[in-house]
Every structure is written in structure tokens, then in C-alpha cells.
Design a protein around this ligand. Structure first.
Ligand SMILES: NC(=O)c1ccc[n+]([C@@H]2O[C@H](COP(=O)([O-])OP(=O)(O)OC[C@H]3O[C@@H](n4cnc5c(N)ncnc54)[C@H](O)[C@@H]3O)[C@@H](O)[C@H]2O)c1
Length: 247
């Protein structure tokens, strides 16, 4: 499905980002695995290369404009272009309006919002220069759609990602670049540092189970595929029904 396509995924740790990278590779893509932690980028790229697919590990901090520009250049010089960007990297500090540390507030907004903005900016510049269209998928969260106590920086930044998605979709539509988001609810292991294990806890989703990383990866691959060619500026909730209401 993605033969000859180049896909850059940010935050390719063992949970959702790694699964997205592996799923694109399994569908024929050449995958750039970007992470701030070099061992994480390298491990996911190796896992993919071991299957016979092509992958490149890039160490970059998505809050740094220079890092992101270099990462896109590395992707282009290695694979000849860039077709799909998945903005997946995030951090999830806990804290309320009253007690969130200012450094946590700034860090969450920086990684989730500024990082998504920067990666999209440099990817879009490349896609526009190629004149081949393209796809940007932002990983949002059900937390960005609703008020939530004790997670104010993360949830607010994710709400911003939903609006950034719509704005980018409007700006890039004329270039044939589609921009959408996917909103997971609790999938795989909890986002690093955000919460305790879900083991033994009843799932909150109306569909009666916790999300799997494969649920998210398959949805992202669909949104990036030609099957979703007329979809832009919207969000796909992959949440077992959480945002729809209570059963
Ligand atoms: N896991 C869940 O239950 C869940 C629920 C809702 C939404 N999400 C969203 O899904 C996405 C993936 O979640 P996950 O659980 O796989 O996360 P994770 O914490 O397992 O992985 C995040 C990755 O991002 C990397 N990263 C963090 N800051 C970075 C930076 N500045 N530059 C580059 N890389 C950086 C980390 O090193 C890590 O590998 C996130 O956007 C998250 O908000 C996850």
C-alpha cells in the first residue's frame, strides 16, 4: 500500500509510535524512526530492518527547529523525499491548574504543540517543494476533547493539536497535502510517566476492553492511505466509544 513512500514517525518508542512505524513498514513504506532518545530510534529502526524493510533512525528533539530541519534533510537524502509525517511524540506530566510546575507546563506545550508545529512546518516545506502532495497525521488524544482534572498541561496541549490540525489542513489543502488527527484513548501501556499500570482495572471504553497499539496504528495507516483521499481537517477517535458517551 505504501510501496516507495517515505514515512517519518516521531516518538518511536515501544508503545504506539513503534507500532505505527512497524505497521507502515509492513505495508511497504520506507520509515524514518525519529526519537529524542537515540537508543529508542535505533531499536525500532533495527526491528524494521530485521524484517527486510527499509528504516532510518534519527535522533532529534522535536522542540528544536534545527534538529527537525536536519531530520527532514536526513530523510530526504537517505530515501529521496518525504510523503507522510506522523506527529506522535509526546510527554504527559501530571498536575492541576493549582499545582502544575511551570517547567512541566512549558515542557508539555513545547513537545506536544511546538514539536508538532515544527515537524509539520519542515515536512510541509519538503512536500510542497516535491509537488507530490502528502499526508500529515497528528496523534491527539481523547484528553484533548474534554475537560480532565489533574492533567491540565497535557490535555490543553492536545486540544491545541486538534485546532492545529484544522488550521494546517486549510493552509495545505491547495498543495494536495491532507492533515488529520487520530485520538487514542488508553492504548497499550500508559504514556510514560502519566499514570499507574492499568492491570486489573476495568476498561473505561464502551467496547469493553483497553485499546491496543495495533488499533491506533491501523487507524493511522488508513488515514494516510489513498482510501482516505477525501478526508482532511478532521479527527478520528480510536477510543472504543469513549467520546460518544456512556453506555
Ligand atoms: N498510550 C496511551 O494510552 C495514549 C492515550 C491517548 C493518547 N496517546 C498519544 O499517543 C502518542 C503515543 O503515546 P505512547 O504511549 O506511545 O507514548 P510513549 O511515552 O510510549 O512514547 C513517546 C515517545 O516520544 C519520545 N519523545 C518525547 N519527547 C520527545 C521530543 N522532544 N523529541 C523527540 N521525541 C520525543 C519519547 O522518547 C518516547 O519514545 C502520544 O502522542 C500520546 O499523547 C497515548
Amino acid at each position: 500500500m505504501f510501496k516507495e513512500k517515505v514515512v517519518l514517525v516521531t516518538g518511536t518508542g515501544p508503545n504506539i509510535g513503534g507500532e505505527i512505524a512497524r505497521t507502515f513498514a509492513a505495508n511497504g513504506a520506507r520509515v524514518v524512526c525519529l526519537d529524542a532518545r537515540s537508543e529508542i530510534a535505533a531499536a525500532t529502526a533495527k526491528e524494521i530492518s530485521d524484517t527486510g524493510a527499509e528504516a532510518l533512525a534519527v535522533t532529534a528533539d522535536i522542540t528544536s527547529s534545527d534538529d527537525v530541519e536536519r531530520a527532514v534533510q536526513d530523510a530526504v537524502s537517505t530515501f529521496g523525499g518525504l510523503d507522510v509525517l506522523v506527529n506522535n511524540a509526546a510527554i504527559s506530566p501530571l498536575g492541576s491548574l493549582i499545582d502544575t510546575k511551570m517547567e512541566d507546563w512549558h515542557a508539555a506545550l513545547n513537545v506536544i504543540l511546538t514539536g508538532t508545529f515544527l515537524c509539520s512546518r519542515f515536512a510541509a516545506k519538503q512536500m510542497i517543494a516535491q509537488n507530490t502532495g502528502g499526508v500529515i497525521i497528528n496523534i491527539a488524544s481523547t484528553s484533548g476533547h474534554r475537560g480532565k482534572s489533574g492533567h491540565i498541561a497535557y490535555a490543553t496541549a492536545k486540544g491545541g493539536v486538534l485546532q492545529l490540525t484544522r488550521c494546517m489542513a486549510m493552509e495545505l489543502a491547495a498543495h494536495g497535502i491532507r492533515v488529520n488527527s487520530v485520538s487514542p484513548n488508553s492504548s497499550g501501556t500508559p504514556l510514560a510517566g502519566s499514570a499507574k499500570s492499568r492491570e486489573g482495572k476495568p476498561p473505561r471504553a464502551p467496547l469493553g476492553r483497553w485499546g491496543r497499539t495495533t488499533d491506533q496504528a491501523q487507524a493511522v495507516v488508513f488515514m494516510a492511505s489513498s482510501n482516505a483521499d477525501f478526508i482532511t481537517g478532521t479527527d478520528l477517535a480510536v477510543d472504543g466509544g469513549v467520546l460518544a458517551g456512556r453506555p
